[in-house]
Design a protein around this ligand. Structure first.
Ligand code: SIN
Length: 532
């Protein structure tokens, strides 16, 4: 997977080219907020693989963490983030996150986002796992949708922002160490196009689609992380993959999240024998850090020979649940589960990647003109395990940092600064194999061997399997989005497995039975650089 620099062949003198000052890849909270925070003097294009309203952010239920209560403070939010991150958070980045949270929430409210309020008309604050205070603002149980809908409606009014839907960013174009734009596939026209720019911001989200069961949408195939890697950007900490403990477990739906806020409101976990088990695993019980709860559920499922456990909130009355969790209530009811009377069957599923494109607190990568934010990026704020409801916040805080930086950086640059004449010919040939079963096998391999519990034998088995596919498919010419996604999924699987093998310890979301202790002496960051 290192042989070819670009996934597709092209000649910049022959294909359609357009210029924008800034290209943003991805239309979740991080991408759209960044666009709004860049000075309107600059011309921006947002490239999004599907329609603008499809992203992981839109699906976020619980809320956004911010220390607003008089009993709370950025210091306490900092401490909780560091504790959940299992000793691997970058403290400087976490301080930026917690200190700049409130001002960004304020801004979000000015953009029109509506959050639930209490009787005093203050923002209502709930609790989630590993938070020592109530500090999660929310909009029912569809916070991500509320925020994204409002941001998208504002961005659509900005005349300096063009939204390019069904546009798949394939590769970054980098010359002499400087990012000059992107080559992208226009799905409607079935053609490639070059987008030249001064700056590219990658906000493409995570890679949950490497696993069978994930809360992520179908678009989450890690394309941004892969294009960054191929261009020579450093990646970091890819072994840390977070599994959300409570995802609906129903024959027709194994991806619908049952928000941690349900446990924040008191729900308890029971095994299939109806026994509450979390007190045996952690003093914070159901509100222990996510990695702990997911592993405890995994253990209980194994111990009782079951493929799920239950979430019990039947002690709350129906009206309260319908009002507080309207989406979860309705969705469960659609599957015949009335959460005011029935236990909800749940199991862990892939949810979030702590690792990604290595950046500093300004979103800068090691490539000039290339930035990253949101789940695709990794500046160390989440360490080995993300604290609940820090992810939408991350998109806001670091999106704005990029917005500020890019606005000042761009002042003296013009279109004529970006010139490009590049031809890339690899000689790859198109293939006719059905790739659906390969994608299915990648997911099985990752789910079985690179999931909540790992060990060397399983990781080596997964590596051998993925390496075989990499070898076979590297020579295949990509002719559509499915082909391009396959290449990215193979590359990322390989990198996640290699990172997991490399980290010979257990920490946060990375748990190895053959190294079941945290090794505080030997291990720090896991930086991934493309091999020559
Ligand atoms: C949830 O609502 O449980 C998800 C929130 C998050 O991922 O931080």
């Amino acid at each position: 997977m290192n042989k070819y620099r670009y996934l597709v062949d092209f000649d910049t003198d022959k294909i359609e080219t357009e210029y924008h000052d800034v290209i943003i890849i991805g239309s979740g909270i991080a991408g759209v907020y960044t666009a709004l925070e860049i000075s309107s003097r600059y011309n921006i294009a947002i490239l999004t693989k599907e329609t603008i309203d499809i992203s992981n952010s839109v699906l976020a239920q619980g809320g956004i963490a911010v220390s607003l209560d008089k009993e709370d403070s950025p210091e306490l939010h900092f401490n909780d983030t560091i504790y959940a991150g299992a000793g691997l958070c970058d403290e400087k980045s976490v301080w930026v996150l917690v200190n700049e949270a409130a001002e960004n929430i304020d801004k979000l409210c000015k953009y029109g986002a509506n959050f639930d309020k209490n009787n005093q008309e203050e923002l209502s604050l709930t609790r989630e796992g590993a938070h020592s205070k109530n500090r999660i603002i929310h909009s029912g149980d569809t916070t991500g949708k509320e925020v994204c809908d409002k941001l998208i409606s504002v961005v659509k009014t900005r005349s300096n922002v063009k939204i390019k839907e069904r546009t798949f960013a394939v590769d970054l174009i980098v010359e002499n160490g400087r990012c000059k734009g992107v080559i992208a596939f226009d799905e409607d026209k079935s053609t490639y196009r070059i987008y030249l720019s001064q700056v590219v911001v990658c906000a493409t989200g995570g890679f949950g689609q490497l696993y069978h069961n994930t809360t992520n949408p179908e678009v989450a195939t890690g394309d941004g992380v892969c294009l960054a890697y191929r261009a020579g950007a450093e990646l970091m900490d890819l072994e840390f993959v977070q599994f959300h403990p409570t995802v609906l477990f129903h024959p027709q739906n194994k991806s619908f999240l049952i928000s941690e806020a349900v446990r924040g409101e008191g729900a308890i976990l029971r095994n299939i024998n109806n026994e509450r088990f979390m007190p045996r695993y952690h003093e914070l019980n159901e509100l222990a850090p996510r990695d702990v709860v997911s592993r405890a559920i995994f253990e209980e499922m194994k111990r009782t020979g079951s493929d799920h456990v239950y979430l019990d909130i039947t002690f709350k009355d129906k009206e309260h649940l319908e009002n507080r969790f309207p989406n979860i209530y309705k969705t469960c009811l659609g599957y015949g589960i009335d959460m005011s009377r029935d236990f909800i069957p749940v199991a862990p599923a892939e949810h979030y990647c702590m690792g990604g494109i290595r950046t500093d607190v300004f979103g800068r990568t090691n490539i000039e003109g290339f930035y990253a934010c949101g789940e695709a990026a990794c500046n160390g704020i989440h360490g080995a395990n993300r604290l609940a409801s820090n992810s939408l916040l991350e998109g806001l805080v670091f999106g704005r940092k990029i917005g500020d930086e890019v606005s000042s950086l761009m002042s003296d640059k013009t279109k004529s600064d970006v010139k490009l004449s590049l031809r890339y010919e690899s000689g790859r040939k198109s293939g006719d194999e059905d790739i659906n079963h390969i994608i299915d096998d990648i997911k099985s391999t990752m789910t079985e061997n690179v999931g909540i519990i790992r060990n060397k034998d399983g990781l080596l088995h997964a590596k051998a399997r993925i390496d075989k596919y990499c070898e076979a498919f590297e020579e295949r010419k990509s002719v559509n989005i499915k082909d391009l996604e396959l290449q990215n999924m193979l590359l990322l699987s390989k990198l996640v497995i290699e990172s997991s093998l490399e980290r010979e310890e257990s920490r946060g979301a990375h748990y190895r039975t053959d190294f079941d202790r945290t090794d505080n002496v030997k291990w720090k960051r896991n930086i991934i650089r493309k091999k020559a």
